[in-house]
Design a binder for this molecule. Structure first.
Ligand SMILES: Cc1cc2nc3c(=O)[nH]c(=O)nc-3n(C[C@H](O)[C@H](O)[C@H](O)COP(=O)(O)O)c2cc1C
Length: 430
């Protein structure tokens, strides 16, 4: 077990009542990193349009859905949520034989709603070897990275948790979009992270975290990595990243996977497609609950989706706790994987545990996701993906949801009598 990754990091980045009071952090607004990456303008771009299904699919994975304006600042909200709206992740993909994209390797440039073609690929070329794929693949191969300092600028060492959870949300957005695109998909964690970083010309400011395969083998022949030098750009918009040795060390540690179990099963979603698409487009984090109850059927529908398999090459088991504060016709209390383990009204406690955020106490249900798996990179991204399912199903059911990344780690463990790592919390209600 000592061989497990992320343990020391998770321990070192716990919040407690004392730690949040003793270590206040003043934000350096003059030096906030850019939250969007732009490649040079002279590179070819494909403007995403509704005319192509594949364009809509890519747009669903992090495209802009709302703009907020405050005096002196404007910022954009996306299909995916992100801790502090800092959006540390970037999305790249290879398209081969996909209508609407010439064969090539692309960056999803969220700011212009386009795909920037970083390089073309010939019949015998492709990124497949770096993703551990033996054959040339027809379809879309997605790669998710983290520009970790965008988040560390605010959250310091705890930011790596958010980079992983946010990446999990991106994987969840791929899952949600793949359902409409009508294509099977799976996550690949066991990829050549360093090789990919080298191929894309990244320095220490951007790291790959996972891939998602939405493609089928094209033929029995392998392909070769394109021998090109990829274009480069600064993902922080001219801001210099301060060093965070704990984050850097933890990323290296989480690169290697140990004792992974494969999950070959695919989740059978049952959504009405137009309503599902609306849920993807409309998803937002709720800021305040009305304190009305949700129905038993709504709670059960959320649990059903959460319990569907997540196809990947490194599936880590997670424990899902639900604190039911207000659900009609169901005894309130603590539920573990859908089963009542302790009845009682714990609403105030749930809010306190979420760093005294009212979202946690005024919700109908506050979820805590815990895990003790060995592969921290896979573990946290799966928690983020389940979080995305909870967001989208809530929206689909006419409810509201918010991710909660800030909680008193050890007090949550004590309360739930579970010594796993507390990975994520979410509040759902109306
Ligand atoms: C990993 C993660 C942690 C979050 N933690 C909190 C939190 O502790 N409190 C909160 O009010 N919102 C939290 N949020 C919600 C974000 O603030 C929200 O996603 C972001 O502002 C963008 O807004 P949107 O989700 O409405 O698009 C979190 C979101 C994510 C993905």
């Amino acid at each position: 077990m000592n061989d497990c990754s992320g343990r020391e990091y998770h321990e070192a980045t716990k919040h407690s009542w004392l730690s949040v009071r003793q270590n206040p952090h003043r934000l350096d607004w003059e030096n906030q990193p850019a939250s969007m990456k732009f490649y040079p303008e002279d590179l070819p771009r494909v403007k995403l349009s509704k005319a192509y299904q594949a364009h809509t699919f890519v747009y669903h994975i992090g495209g802009i859905t709302a703009k907020k304006s405050y005096p002196g600042v404007e910022y954009y909200l996306r299909t995916n949520p992100s801790a502090g709206a800092l959006y540390p992740n970037e999305l790249y993909f290879q398209a081969r034989g996909v209508e609407g994209f010439g064969d090539g390797i692309y960056h999803f440039e969220v700011g212009s709603s386009s795909a920037v073609r970083l390089c073309g690929i010939g019949e015998e070329e492709g990124i497949e070897p770096l993703l551990g794929l033996r054959h040339g693949m027809r379809g879309l191969l997605f790669m998710v990275s983290a520009v970790w300092y965008r988040s560390a600028w605010k959250y310091r060492d705890r930011a790596f948790r958010y980079c992983l959870l946010d990446a999990g949300h991106i994987l969840g957005a791929i899952e949600a979009g793949a359902y409409l695109y009508g294509h099977a998909w799976r996550i690949a964690y066991g990829i050549d992270l360093e090789g990919l970083g080298r191929f894309f010309g990244f320095g220490e400011e951007e790291w790959f975290l996972a891939a998602a395969i939405c493609a089928v083998p094209k033929r029995d022949r392998s392909v070769k990595i394109p021998g090109v030098s990829m274009p480069r750009t600064d993902p922080l918009g001219g801001v210099e990243a301060e060093p965070y040795p704990l984050i850097a060390r933890t990323y290296r540690e989480t690169m290697r996977l140990r004792g992974c179990k494969k999950e070959p099963r695919f989740p059978a979603f049952f959504f009405h497609e137009a309503a599902w698409e609306e849920a993807i487009q409309r998803r937002r984090s709720i800021r305040e609950f009305s304190k009305k109850p949700i129905s038993k059927a709504q709670f059960e529908a959320i649990m059903e989706i959460v319990n569907l398999p997540v196809p990947s090459d490194c599936d880590e088991p997670l424990a899902i706790y639900a604190i039911l504060n207000r659900v009609s016709d169901v005894p309130i209390g603590i539920y573990y994987n859908g089963r009542l383990v302790k009845s009682g009204d714990f609403a105030q406690k749930a809010g306190y545990l979420c760093l005294e955020q009212r979202l946690g106490s005024e919700s109908a249900v506050t979820f805590f996701i815990l895990g003790r798996g060995c592969n921290y990179r896979a573990l946290c991204q799966k928690a983020g993906l389940l979080g995305h399912r909870i967001y989208l199903v809530s929206e689909y059911l006419g409810l509201g949801c918010s991710g909660i990344g800030a909680y008193y780690d050890d007090e949550v463990r004590e309360f739930l009598e579970d010594d796993g790592m507390v990975l994520y919390a979410l509040a759902v209600g109306v």
